[in-house]
Design a binder for this molecule. Structure first.
Ligand SMILES: [Zn+2]
Ligand SMILES: [Zn+2]
Ligand SMILES: [Zn+2]
Ligand SMILES: [Zn+2]
Length: 214
């Protein structure tokens, strides 16, 4: 029987969920939520992400605390037991692993956006970046993070094509410095304006042939 005291209720349900019956019920519930495509807590989730926003934020906070503890102890913040490398927060093994993961993720993202710069056609992935078409990068970075976090964010949302596109770093920076237009674009417009339209070949006059009479 639920009482009016909320803390007391919570304590009661906590104790119940620790019993064998409670654990069994939890398992069934989690299975049901997952079958419905929801987070294990029953809230809905976005894209490929396994948890809802609340659980994701919760998990992030726990990771942050754990990492800070490792950092303070001079240990790798990923595996938690090997000593970290000089000037890094990871051990050498974990550093290589995360680099490989990052690289693979970047390749996946770039491939999803065409794999080449939409302005100049550069296709070396080391030069490629994702451009915010509507110049809202700063605001989004503040909200959702940058770099690898941004790539995960894009993947979770199925690589939206309406706001983002692939640009090489040259074109991306060129556009930023040049007030929103890549210098290549201006160059192309200039060349197109200078090039005079070639004179159209005259259509050949239709030859009227009178039928020859005998
Ligand atoms: Zn959740
Ligand atoms: Zn490690
Ligand atoms: Zn380019
Ligand atoms: Zn360009």
């Amino acid at each position: 029987m639920p009482s009016k005291d909320k803390e007391k209720n919570r304590e009661q349900s906590r104790r119940w969920s620790n019993t064998a019956k409670g654990r069994e019920y939890q398992k069934i519930k989690v299975r049901q939520y997952k079958a419905e495509g929801k987070c294990h807590c029953g809230r809905s989730r976005v894209g490929k992400r396994l948890c809802c926003d609340v659980c994701t934020a919760d998990k992030r906070e726990r990771t942050r605390v754990r990492r800070a503890a490792c950092e303070a102890a001079g240990l790798c913040s990923r595996c938690g037991w090997a000593p970290k490398e000089q000037g890094r927060s990871l051990c050498s093994v974990c550093f290589e692993k995360t680099r490989a993961t990052r690289q693979a993720l970047k390749l996946e993202v770039m491939a999803a956006y065409g794999g080449r710069c939409v302005c100049c056609g550069e296709s070396n992935h080391n030069f490629l970046s994702i451009d915010h078409i509507f110049n809202d990068g700063q605001a989004r970075r503040k909200e959702e993070g940058a770099g690898t976090v941004f790539y995960y964010w894009l993947r979770d949302r199925g690589f939206p094509q309406d706001r983002y596109r692939c640009l090489c770093l040259n074109c991306n920076f060129g556009r930023r410095i040049n007030g929103g237009i890549c210098p290549h674009e201006e160059q192309r417009a200039k060349v197109a304006a200078e090039a005079k339209p070639a004179p159209k070949p005259r259509p050949a006059k239709p030859v009227c042939r009178k039928p020859t009479l005998f």
